[in-house]
Design a protein around this ligand. Structure first.
Ligand code: NAI
Length: 247
């Protein structure tokens, strides 16, 4: 009997992460929803179980390495393996660079950049230890390539995610572990629904083919495709799930 795959999804309580958790579970994978929002995380797990899937919630702050290490250990203690690590938790702050509070700058880097590094390292070590030829998928962004006013720390963090993906892919390939990134454009989730300046959302829509926001389910579909063995040649790559987002 083929063992079910086990997928860990950070930021799995909301938006892209939530839809990805639902997608993997609907395909028969066991899912670990990791997030620091306990209430929304529990709700996601309850929804997956109600739909006949398998999932657990593990409260995690990805900016702390110990948390991510214990998330991976809990995953293996519960399900015996880890096949997919989706490093997706992320935050944004919109402030002109010269008005940026350094605490906010560090928070964005700690979650978006260090959180992904923690996930790559903790999951990569465990996959190597267990001899699992898994896949690590990181959420980058079009903002890892394109500059936009007011999102200085976010650009820095997503640029780092892109290069961490390429660097880790190079080193982990000897263990049969792939590392890839998905780069969404403008996705209809709380992260941008919360923009105080609604003109920014209209501006983002105009940059996308069809003048609309991408739905989180569409990004989840891309992440699922990247996780499949059929995507074995996609390694160290950043796959745009941005519907042509232009600068
Ligand atoms: P979201 O706000 O709906 O989801 C983010 C999730 O991450 C939330 O559940 C939140 O509780 C969790 N989270 C935040 N900090 C955390 C931490 N320290 N530890 C654990 N969990 C934490 O936003 P969305 O849009 O689903 O974002 C997911 C990823 O997609 C982020 O990395 C974001 O930067 C990226 N992205 C989003 C785009 C968009 O237009 N919505 C575009 C490009 C990239």
């Amino acid at each position: 009997m083929i063992e079910k795959r086990v997928a860990v999804i950070t930021g799995g309580a909301s938006g892209i992460g939530k839809e990805t958790a639902i997608k993997f579970a609907s395909k028969g994978d066991r899912v670990v929803v990791a997030d620091f929002n306990e209430q929304l995380g529990d709700e996601t797990v309850a929804q997956i179980i109600a739909d006949g899937g398998e999932a657990i919630f593990v409260k995690t702050d990805v900016s702390k390495y110990e948390d991510v290490e214990s998330l991976i250990q809990k995953t293996v203690d519960t399900y015996g393996r880890i096949d997919v690590m989706f490093n997706n938790a992320g935050i944004g702050r919109v402030t002109p660079v010269l008005d940026l509070d350094m605490k906010d700058y560090h928070r964005v880097i700690n979650v978006n950049q260090h959180g992904v590094a923690h996930g790559i390292i903790a999951a990569g070590k465990k996959m190597r230890e267990l001899g699992i030829k898994g896949v690590i998928i990181n959420t980058a962004s079009v903002f890892g390539f394109l500059a936009s006013p007011g999102t200085f720390a976010y650009h820095a963090s997503k640029g780092a995610v892109i290069m961490m993906t390429k660097s880790a892919a190079l080193e982990l390939s000897v263990h049969g572990i792939r590392v890839v990134a998905v780069a969404p454009g403008a996705v209809d989730t709380p992260i941008i629904q919360g923009y105080k300046d609604k003109g920014m959302i209209d501006d983002m829509k105009r940059k996308v083919m069809g003048n609309k926001l991408t739905q989180p389910e569409q990004v989840a579909d891309t992440v699922y495709l990247l996780s499949l063995p059929e995507a074995s040649a996609i390694n160290g790559s950043v796959v745009m799930a941005d519907e042509g987002f232009a600068s």
